[in-house]
Design a protein around this ligand. Structure first.
Ligand SMILES: [Zn+2]
Length: 342
C-alpha cells in the first residue's frame, strides 16, 4: 500500500508536499501540543535549532505496511514475536539511540514551525530529556525565551542529580512550567525513593510532572528473554502509578503517552487519583474514546511526541474520538493544557 492510499482511508489525515502526514480539517482549532522535543533538548550531541534544510524522519513511526492506527503505538502487533538472545537486545538499544539521533536531526525551528502551521498548533510544550550527567533544562528554557508565542518549557532534573531540589526552584524562577523525565526501573535499580523526592520537590513549587509511561504488552512472556522482559517492562504504568500513593492527592502527575498499550490501567489510576492526568501521544481513536468514557475529558491532554512522531496522527485520533462532543475536543486540544500551564 502507498502512503497516499493509506490516507484516503483515514478521516482527518492527508499528506503535504513532502509526503508527511498533516491534519485534514477545514474549521478553526486552538491547540497546545503537550509533548514535543527539539534538536537541543536530548542528551546527545545537540544541534542548533536554527539549522536549515534538515529532513524530518519521524523515527518512531512504523513503515506504511506495518502501520495500524487502531492500536496504541500504531504498529501491527505480531503475537508470536520472539525476543530471545542477544540480537533483539542489540537491535532494541540501537533503535533507541537511532530514534534520539533522528530527533536531534529533525527537531529544528524550521521543521517545528512548519508542522505547527500545517496542523493548526499554536504552542508546543518542550520536554527536555535529562540524564544524571546531562541536564538539558536550560536548552528548553532558551527556546521558550526566544519564541514565547511558540514554546512552553518544562525542565528535566534527574533523581540522582545532587542539586535536584535547588535546580527545580531555580528552573521555576526561570519560567519552566513543569518537569519531565524518562526514567526506568533499571536506571533506578529498583529504588524509587529518589524519584518520589523529585515528585515532592515539584509538588512544593507547584509543578506538574510528566513521565514517559507504558510498555508494549502484546509479547508473550515465554517468547522473551529475562533481560529483554525487564527492559520492556521498566517503564510500565504500575511502577509510577503506585508511587502516587506517597504524594498528596492534589499532586498533578501526567501519564505520558497514556501508558501506550496500558491505557486501561492508566484509566484506573486516574479514577484513584483525581488530580492525575493522561497525555495522549501514540494512542488510537478507540483508546482515546475509552479514556473519555471511563474518566471524562477534563484530564486528557493532546500531545504528539514530535519529532519522533508526526503531530497530525494523534491530532486526527482526538478529532475522531470527539466528533460528537465539541467541548471534549476543545478541552483535550487546548483548555486542559492552558489551565495546567497557568
Ligand atoms: Zn517523548
Amino acid at each position: 500500500m502507498t502512503k497516499q492510499e493509506f490516507v484516503k482511508g483515514e478521516k482527518y489525515l492527508k499528506l503535504n508536499k513532502e509526503g508527511d502526514f498533516v491534519v485534514d480539517y477545514d474549521g478553526k482549532l486552538e491547540i497546545i501540543d503537550f509533548h514535543t522535543h527539539m534538536s537541543n533538548v536530548v542528551p546527545l550531541k545537540i544541534l542548533d535549532p536554527d539549522s536549515k534544510g534538515k529532513k524530518l524522519k519521524y523515527p518512531t513511526l512504523a513503515s506504511i505496511n506495518h502501520m495500524d492506527l487502531s492500536v496504541p503505538y500504531w504498529k501491527k502487533n505480531d503475537p508470536d514475536e520472539k525476543m530471545k538472545g542477544l540480537v533483539p537486545l542489540i537491535k532494541f538499544s540501537r533503535e533507541g539511540y537511532k530514534i534520539l539521533k533522528d530527533m536531534v536531526h529533525g527537531g529544528t525551528y524550521e521543521n517545528c514551525f512548519k508542522s505547527q502551521e500545517e496542523n493548526m498548533i499554536q504552542k508546543n510544550v518542550v520536554l527536555p530529556l535529562s540524564t544524571e550527567k546531562c541536564d538539558r533544562s536550560m536548552e528548553a528554557l532558551k527556546l521558550a525565551e526566544a519564541y514565547p508565542g511558540r514554546f512552553i518549557a518544562f525542565c528535566s532534573v534527574h533523581p540522582q542529580d545532587p542539586r535536584m531540589k535547588e535546580k527545580i526552584v531555580q528552573y521555576k524562577e526561570l519560567g519552566a512550567k513543569g518537569l519531565k523525565l524518562k526514567i526506568t526501573e533499571i536506571e533506578l535499580k529498583g529504588d524509587f525513593k529518589p524519584l518520589v523526592d523529585v515528585f515532592k520537590a515539584c509538588y512544593e513549587v507547584g509543578f506538574p510532572v510528566l513521565l514517559h509511561t507504558g510498555s508494549l504488552t502484546h509479547l508473550k512472556r515465554s517468547n522473551v528473554s529475562n533481560l529483554m522482559w525487564k527492559l520492556m517492562k521498566s517503564t510500565r504504568v504500575a511502577i509510577f502509578g503506585e508511587l502516587l500513593k506517597e504524594l498528596p492527592m492534589d499532586f498533578k502527575f501526567i501519564f505520558g503517552h497514556s501508558g501506550i498499550a496500558e491505557y486501561k490501567l492508566v484509566a484506573e489510576y486516574l479514577k484513584a487519583f483525581p488530580s492525575a492526568l493522561a497525555e495522549l501521544s501514540c494512542q488510537s481513536a478507540e483508546s482515546i474514546t475509552y479514556l473519555i468514557n471511563e474518566v471524562g475529558y477534563e484530564r486528557l491532554l493532546y500531545g504528539s511526541d514530535w519529532p519522533a512522531l508526526p503531530q497530525a496522527i494523534t491530532l486526527s485520533r482526538v478529532l475522531l474520538a470527539t466528533e460528537n462532543n465539541e467541548e471534549a475536543r476543545a478541552c483535550i486540544l487546548y483548555k486542559n493544557a492552558a489551565a495546567l500551564l497557568k
